[in-house]
Design a protein around this ligand. Structure first.
Ligand code: SF4
Length: 389
């Protein structure tokens, strides 16, 4: 019996009710008719790519966006049915859908159940209605509670809640309050990111200057100070740990055995195939992406992923960099043995001087066969990880 290679699937739904003010994801509002045509197109792509991926076993599916829960429940069901029919989907594959409060109903959740979805990721960001308003979110905290409660009642036993700290006008106690409210619900998984003020967003117009002030070491006017951000980071660790959550990646925390399999696969360089507008793929050391233009996506002929013009192959050095850069995001770090098996070179022979330097700075440690960032290294992870590139 031959073992099939593992594959992760990502399906992108680029539609949202309206654009949040901090958002630079590939997402947009669209009429129902356009959403319908997009789903038809996705079904076509799933059929076609499934034929080209027969040698793979799909171990996780992640329906992300945008706001996938904006689509009708039956449309999500159709997409997953097509995945089942055209790919080899592992029996106990992790199947996640991203949902936003304000778009989720019991009827949709019931379709998700029958589609085999076993993990929900709810975009809350904050439990404070003032902050939600500033972010331009379409929902209130009460909307979130209703969605969460309905999902639990319908038997969803694996729920992630997305949170964001460092928001305009946010104080340390506001963030602690959000954490407290969410922890009282005991979701299985919490993703806690800091706000990044991205160029090209309304937030950049409003707070770009403030961000610059902060980077220059000056006092920001509306964004939290660096010191406040550090405090928020500290209480996140403390509060989540005290409730039994284990941090397994820089920004991701889970109750025991509830880590997100899809994300871990991504950090460990499991091949993944992206379907839908703008989604990217990584298979056989090649990277390729679908067009980011909706019109083109709707009208172009799909070619086998490997035949796409946008293919770029990673050379060995780039693959090693990715291995280190992504693997060290995980708290358990990277395995020397896996590195050697994969690249037929010792970690020492490639990264010896970098490892020693980071170790001397107290940012990296070696434990058994594993190499990982220390607490101090995680706090300056952008710097520490960039040393491998
Ligand atoms: S819901 Fe998410 S993807 Fe949609 S606009 Fe808001 S942040 Fe962007």
């Amino acid at each position: 019996m031959t073992t099939k290679q593992e594959l992760e699937l990502y399906i992108h739904i680029p539609f949202c009710v309206r654009k949040c003010r901090y958002c630079d994801f590939l997402s947009m509002p669209a009429k129902e008719e356009e959403q319908r045509r997009y789903v038809d197109r996705l079904l076509e792509e799933i059929r076609q790519q499934g034929m080209a991926c027969r040698e793979y076993q799909v171990v996780s599916v992640f329906v992300g966006g945008g706001t996938p829960s904006l689509l009708a429940g039956v449309q999500i069901w159709e997409l997953l049915e097509a995945v089942r029919n055209h790919f080899r989907l592992e029996k106990d594959a992790e199947i996640t859908i991203e949902c936003n409060p304000g778009t989720l109903t019991a009827q949709k959740l019931s379709f998700y159940k029958s589609a085999g979805i076993n993990r929900l990721s709810l975009g809350l960001q904050s439990a404070d209605d003032r902050e939600l308003h500033v972010l331009g979110r379409i929902h209130t905290y009460r909307d979130f509670l209703e969605s969460y409660d309905t999902a639990r009642k319908m038997g969803f036993a694996n729920i992630n809640v997305d949170l964001m700290s460092g928001l305009p006008g946010q104080k340390v106690e506001d963030w602690a309050n959000t954490l407290k409210k969410v922890l009282a619900l005991a979701p299985e998984h919490i993703s806690a990111y800091s706000l990044i003020v991205e160029e090209g967003t309304p937030f950049f117009e409003l707070y770009g200057e403030d961000e610059l002030r902060r980077q220059r070491g000056e006092e920001p006017r509306v964004l939290p100070t660096e010191e406040a951000e550090r405090e928020m980071y500290g209480i996140t660790l403390e509060m989540l740990k005290s409730r039994g959550y284990q941090r397994y990646e820089i920004s991701n925390y889970a109750l025991p055995h509830r880590e997100c399999r899809h994300n871990i696969g991504y950090w460990q360089l499991t091949p993944y195939l992206g379907l839908g507008l703008g989604s990217s793929s990584f298979m056989g050391n090649a990277r390729f992406s679908n067009t980011r233009k909706l019109d083109n996506y709707m009208n172009e002929e799909f070619s086998s992923k490997q035949e796409q013009a946008a293919v770029s192959y990673l050379d060995k050095k780039q693959q090693m960099e990715e291995f280190m850069f992504l693997g060290l995001r995980m708290m358990e770090g990277i395995s020397r043995e896996r590195f050697e098996d994969k690249f037929h070179m010792t970690l020492e022979s490639v990264y010896g001087p970098v490892l020693r330097r980071l170790q001397q700075q107290g940012l990296l440690e070696q434990c058994g066969g594993m190499v990982r960032l220390t607490e101090a290294g995680i706090a300056v992870s952008n710097y520490a990880l960039s040393e491998f590139i």
